[in-house]
Design a protein around this ligand. Sequence first.
Ligand SMILES: [Mg+2]
Length: 234
Amino acid sequence: MRAIVFDFFGTLTDPSAELLRKETLQTTAVALGVDPERFWTAMASSFPERVTGAYGGTRDTLRTIARRCGADPDEERLDQAVTTHHAGAERVRTPRPEGLAVLDHLRARDYRLGLISDCSSELYEAWPRTVYAPRIDAPVFSWREGYRKPDPRLYATAAARLGVPAGECWFVGDGGSREHDGARRAGMRPVLVTNAAYPGVGGLRTDPDSYLPEHRVDDLDDLIRLLGSSHDIG
Ligand SMILES: [Mg+2]
């Protein structure tokens, strides 16, 4: 196995940061002048459209959702809301404690590293300035590609950009979006990150995967041990 493709939220990010998601969106709502609860509901129900780029970038998305909630923010208000929203998104994507060190370790061992994220515009727009960007050879964003997991095209795109056949890629994720079944069907070898040390966050996953991979690790640093012990089958 020569490459590892990671999920982003709850896999490279701190799973407990998911608990901030509602609070940060409600802060965006206040900046937009929209009722926070109504905004939260509108954002949640528009997830499939937002992560496939249907509303465009963050500014256009916030305008669309605000109008859906009965508000029509002027340009200045929208500017402030975009800034607020990006700051909130940054809090939700805090790296998990050992995450960056694990990526550095794997890079030092000559693994090619990829990413497949079901994400809306915020992550794509901020990506080059994140701590993740220099560590990931081939990021694939649903927002940019126009389809979401488990669409087989995302996995094929990641493998192609890594220059590694899908059959030589691990796929590592916390199991949202039916991502492991997608990885398996794409020919990748799926690994579930159980996040056992983060009780209560599993319920926050979108569209949980019913397929349970053979390979499971509780935390990302366990991945190094798994890869080290799997050379015989890799
Ligand atoms: Mg995830």
